[in-house]
Ligand binder design. Structure first.
Ligand code: SF4
Length: 599
């Protein structure tokens, strides 16, 4: 363990009396829209982030006003399943207490943005009334447990969902602070104050956030290798027999610090279905006791494993689980994203997976998505399932009710063909609300895709599934390092371009170009798309192609992420932009003619 002093977050947790701190006082302070600094950290454990609208920072500064402060509340939805009533209730909350957008996250949760301090309590109570909560939505605890969101595919999915709920329940903090602060529950029990107890976490919770996901092959729609703890369902003779246990995945890294890196989880072994919670606890306890509590940049389980060695980690987990841990069993993934459109389930019911750009459910002049889903929810007898790719499954629809849902989807223009790049795109929230963002992501991705689609169309690749991820910083919320193409914001309008992740989420990508602007991104990708269309092998994926053709080297492990980087030479390429309207045919790129320039 490090000899360095503990991080200040450890002090805040220790002194917080199980996540209370001075939140009550901070919330009541009428002078400011902000919380006291320590409380800004503690409120994360309650599922909320204090944010400012960075679009208005400059103007507010000029007016000598406090930044425009509000809060994001992340509602946990374990396994992503919501009843239509819960959907309608959340929809109503966004109309009353915050920005009128429901933001579907990359971890099957729902975020409400723009809740001002004085409305926080009402919003939290509203969430509670939907039978959901935001406790442990953020902070140094286990986050929303993800699971494969394809309920139609087999009865196994329901069993896996049940196991996800068991882990969710076991890993939910026991503190009564959440109820006390937001729901006015009294701390006094039987007239005497009873101290909280966290049997799993202890007073200082975990060194850092902890993420769990369960995948059901052949679909890796949860990016199971990107999680601290993962399980891969093992199905033999149609029966769910257990899970392969994975540990040590994580996406975040920091620019300019090669000691930080994204990492894929290692496959540790196999546990029977009935042992999943015990196995999950063994890994969480290891991280609780061995994780770095001094330097938060190195606190995730991935660094704990690399610091202490995989062999030591395996040994410790084996010691904890004994015979319950055996050799990992074979598994095979064939895809990563969601299957969009209609699917008939094994149970005879119907499911429609709806693509939601950037996970944003709102009404705008192009699409009345929020109104449409409100209307669907008001007649739906089944449920909604949020996917790990910011999409939504309208599900459990009986044959006789399908026509009604179909008509609503048509009415609101929700059934339309999408390019392979768009349907495989996820983007984080980034600007204007994320304080970490260096550049746009979710607001910018659609317009960049519009442009890239024109190139793809030219090369007959419009329908090609290509995993495309975009984030505003390298923290990795939209799992960018698993994109076959990824843009990670480095400064306003400039991105690092990564290529070469695996289509099934089992290989990281690698840096291909630094600090590129839009025209450079297009300039770099255009010739690669062209070659891909002409020189690909049958069935070859884009991520595999760029490796075979030497654009980037395969990243075989997190420790290899910063190795063997050969940056593209994009400085001698410039776009010839049309004088008037830009069309597909006009987007041509040529070498700079230096001689001409001299003349
Ligand atoms: Fe913010 Fe970075 Fe996460 Fe995007 S990846 S939401 S910019 S922290």
């Amino acid at each position: 363990m490090s000899n360095k002093p503990l991080s200040d977050l450890e002090r805040i947790k220790t002194e917080s009396n199980y996540l209370r701190g001075t939140l009550v006082e901070s919330l009541a302070d009428p002078i400011t829209g902000a919380l006291a600094p320590d409380d800004q950290q503690l409120i994360k454990f309650h599922g909320a982030y204090q944010q400012t609208d960075r679009d208005f920072d400059e103007e507010r500064r000029r007016q000598k006003l406090e930044p425009l402060i509000s809060f994001m509340i992340r509602v946990r939805v374990p396994g992503g399943v919501l009843t239509p009533k819960q959907w309608l209730d959340l929809d109503e909350l966004t109309e009353k207490h915050c920005k009128p957008t429901l933001k579907l996250t990359t971890r099957q949760a729902v975020e409400l943005h723009g809740v001002v301090k004085r409305k926080m309590k009402t919003a939290m109570q509203g969430i509670h009334a939907t039978l959901l909560d935001s406790l442990a939505g953020c902070g140094d605890v286990n986050r929303n447990v993800m699971t494969s969101a394809n309920p139609w595919e087999s009865p196994v999915h329901q069993l896996v969902f049940d196991d996800a709920l068991k882990i969710h329940k076991e890993f939910t903090p026991r503190t009564t602070a959440y109820h006390e602060i937001w729901l006015d529950d009294e701390l006094v029990v039987g007239g005497e104050k009873k101290e909280d107890h966290e049997p799993l976490y202890g007073k200082t919770y975990l060194p850092r956030k902890f993420k769990v996901a369960i995948a059901v092959p052949p679909r890796n729609d949860v990016d199971v290798f990107a999680n601290d703890l993962g399980f891969i369902a093992i199905v033999e003779n149609g029966e769910l027999v257990g899970y392969n246990l994975l540990a040590g995945g994580g996406m975040g890294s920091t620019f300019g610090m090669e000691t930080t890196y994204p990492r894929l989880a290692n496959v540790i072994g196999f546990v029977k279905k009935e042992d999943i919670v015990e196995a999950a606890k063994a890994v969480l306890i290891f991280q609780r006791d061995h994780g770095n509590r001094s330097e938060r940049k190195f606190s995730r389980l991935k660094y704990t494993i690399d610091r202490l060695g995989l062999a030591y980690f395996n040994e410790q987990i084996k010691d904890a689980l004994g015979d319950k841990l055996s050799e990992a069993r074979p598994f095979k993934f064939d895809s990563n994203g969601d299957k969009l459109g209609w699917s008939k389930g094994y149970n005879g019911k119907w499911y429609f997976t709806l693509f939601i750009q950037g996970g944003k459910v709102r009404d705008d002049k192009h699409l009345q998505l929020k109104t449409a889903l409100r209307e669907i929810a008001s007649v739906l007898k089944g449920n909604f399932t949020l996917t790990g790719n910011q999409n939504l499954v309208v599900g459990d629809i009986d044959e006789q009710d399908k026509a009604e849902i179909e008509a609503l989807l048509e009415k609101w223009n929700l059934v339309k063909p999408l390019s392979g790049l768009r349907r495989n795109n996820i983007a984080c929230v980034a600007l204007p609300v994320c304080t970490m963002a260096f550049a746009e992501a979710e607001r910018y991705a659609p317009s960049l895709i519009d442009k890239l689609e024109k190139i793809l169309e030219k090369y007959n690749l419009l329908d090609e599934d290509i995993l495309f991820r975009m984030t505003g910083c390298p923290n990795g919320c939209a799992r960018p390092f698993l994109g076959e193409i990824a843009l990670v914001g480095k400064s306003p309008g400039k991105y690092n371009l990564y290529l070469g992740a695996g289509f099934t989420g089992e290989r990281l990508n690698k840096l291909y170009a630094e600090l590129v602007e839009e025209h450079e991104v297009i300039g770099l990708l255009t010739p690669i798309f062209e070659r891909f269309s002409k020189e690909r092998l049958e069935g070859e994926r884009f991520g595999d192609f760029v490796i075979r053709k030497g654009y980037v080297q395969a990243t075989t492990s997190g420790l290899d992420f910063h190795q063997n980087i050969k940056l593209a030479k994009f400085h001698d390429i410039k776009p010839v932009l049309p004088k008037k309207k830009q069309t597909l045919d006009s987007i041509l790129f040529v070498k700079k003619d230096k001689k001409k320039k001299k003349k």
